[in-house]
Design a protein around this ligand. Structure first.
Ligand code: PHE
Length: 464
């Protein structure tokens, strides 16, 4: 069976940008930037995106297009050894497990969207509301909805599913984001937030901040999850990988910056005297606890319908961003099963979908409903739930490890000349360019070193 392809470079760019733009850009980035030096953080983050993440991104895309395989297939085909095949397995298991974790979060977002649409703002803003919702039976209705929608999109395949969905959702997302930014900037005291986001403070850039920023940039671009290898396997030979990669990285950064101009002005118009330290550390706290308070407070100014509308608009935006990321991550194991077992897309979806739903249900029960799941393991001085363990193991720990292994694989196993030849298809000026020399050096030496440091750092802070 001939492998499906994206119909154009633009189709690929929107799909990859859909994967990259997620909760990370919309919420985690603005909070991190405001706490850690504003524009100083932004400049450093942009530097990381283009000088450290972009080479890895181009390497993944090239590997995918060259092998026309999912990550397991790619590592097996080129690696020709049991060790590399094991790395391939890891690159499929990781997106599968992160997919479970991301599915649960997407279900929460769908739930908040549903509640905002029904005008239940006071429920959303209730401090105990989040806990009640994630432990309610209602949650499973939303899970059914998200699973059905994901199935529907992935069932359509590359062109009629992923590409079609992202070409509708991504431009809509951009327009909604800009509309919200414009609205928020007209609110009282919004400029205080803009100031906080943009005034640089270079003294805040400590080693820990740098580590966090790089990890954030890396994950926000969906690297080391096999996604860009898989999506890369659907790009056409004459497409220009370098310009596509630059566009995706640029779009992701742009969305992150716009989100800064949305979230922080909203926070300051809600409470001009807020101390930045009071902002929630986690994206989850920000989306599900802090922002709903702002929506509720808006009622006093623009009335019940106005405030519900703005809340629903915001959650729809986050929902679109989450759906396009969720689809991309589930496509990796789906492609692996299709390629490896030769089964149809529908069958692969049924097999993986049911396994993921079971794990997502177990995760959903691990927030207090079932004690054994809520306190499943104890490490790093805390009891950890099933959900927290997936997050720690796969998102925090194995991702940098996968990135590290990928760099070594591309440069030392697949070899530089093959990488250069692959990128040169569709880009005649790449060979011999500064970028090409920079990629060899960075992927071969300092990016793996940096990722190894992040890995060791994470392991020592999480588990000990
Ligand atoms: N890039 C996503 C974000 O910023 C992260 C992600 C992508 C997570 C795909 C899972 C799957 O939120």
């Amino acid at each position: 069976m001939k492998r499906e392809q994206f119909s154009s470079s633009l189709g690929f760019i929107l799909a990859a940008a859909g994967s990259a733009v997620g909760i990370g850009n919309l919420v985690a980035f603005p909070v991190m930037a405001s706490k850690n030096g504003g524009a100083a953080f932004l400049i450093m983050y942009a530097f990381f995106v283009f000088f450290i993440c972009l080479p890895v991104m181009l390497a993944e895309m090239s590997l995918g297009r060259h092998t026309r395989q999912n990550p397991l297939g790619a590592y097996t085909q080129i690696g020709q050894s049991r060790a590399w095949r094991t790395v391939g397995w890891l690159s499929v298991l990781t997106p599968f497990m992160i997919g479970v974790f991301y599915l649960v979060i997407t279900v929460w977002i769908a739930g908040y969207l549903g509640k905002a649409l029904m005008g239940q703002l006071d429920q959303l803003a209730d401090p105990a509301g989040f806990d009640v919702f994630i432990n309610s039976n209602e949650l499973f209705i939303y899970m059914g909805f998200v699973v059905a929608l994901t199935f529907l999109i992935l069932q359509g395949g590359v062109k009629k599913g992923i590409e079609k969905a992202t070409t509708v959702l991504m431009p809509t997302l951009f327009i909604m984001l800009i509309a919200l930014v414009i609205y928020v900037l007209t609110l009282d005291n919004a400029m205080l937030g803009v100031k906080f986001f943009l005034i640089p403070d270079f003294t805040k850039l400590t080693g820990e901040v740098l580590n966090g920023a790089l990890a954030q940039a890396f994950f926000s671009l969906s690297l080391a999850m096999g996604i860009l290898i898989t999506y890369g396997s659907y790009i056409q030979k004459h497409d220009n990988i370098v310009s596509a990669g630059k566009t995706v990285a640029g779009l992701s950064l742009l969305v992150a910056c716009c989100s800064g101009l949305l979230i922080l002005p909203a926070v300051f118009s809600f409470n001009p005297d807020i101390e930045i330290a009071e902002l929630s550390e986690s994206s989850i706290g920000m989306i599900f606890m802090f922002l709903p308070k702002i929506f509720l407070a808006l009622q006093a100014d623009i009335g019940y319908f106005g405030a519900s509308f703005i809340a629903a608009f915001f959650f729809l935006l986050v929902f679109f961003a989450a759906m396009t990321s969720l689809v991309s991550i589930i496509e990796v194991p789906v492609a692996s099963v299709m390629d490896g077992k030769g089964v149809s897309r529908r069958k692969a979806l049924y097999i993986l979908g049911s396994a993921m739903v079971v794990l997502a249900i177990i995760s959903a029960l691990s927030f207090g409903r079932v004690d054994a799941l809520t306190n499943l393991l104890s490490y790093g001085g805390a009891d950890k739930s099933f959900f927290a363990i997936i997050y720690d193991m796969f998102y925090e720990t194995i991702l940098p490890l996968n990135g590290f292994l990928l760099c070594l694989f591309v440069i030392y196993r697949w070899k530089k000349h093959n990488l250069i030849a692959e990128i040169s298809d569709g880009n005649q000026t790449f060979a011999g360019s500064v970028l090409q020399k920079y990629m060899n050096l960075s992927l071969g030496i300092f990016i793996p070193v940096i990722l190894a440091i992040i890995f060791v750092n994470t392991v020592s802070t999480i588990y000990f």
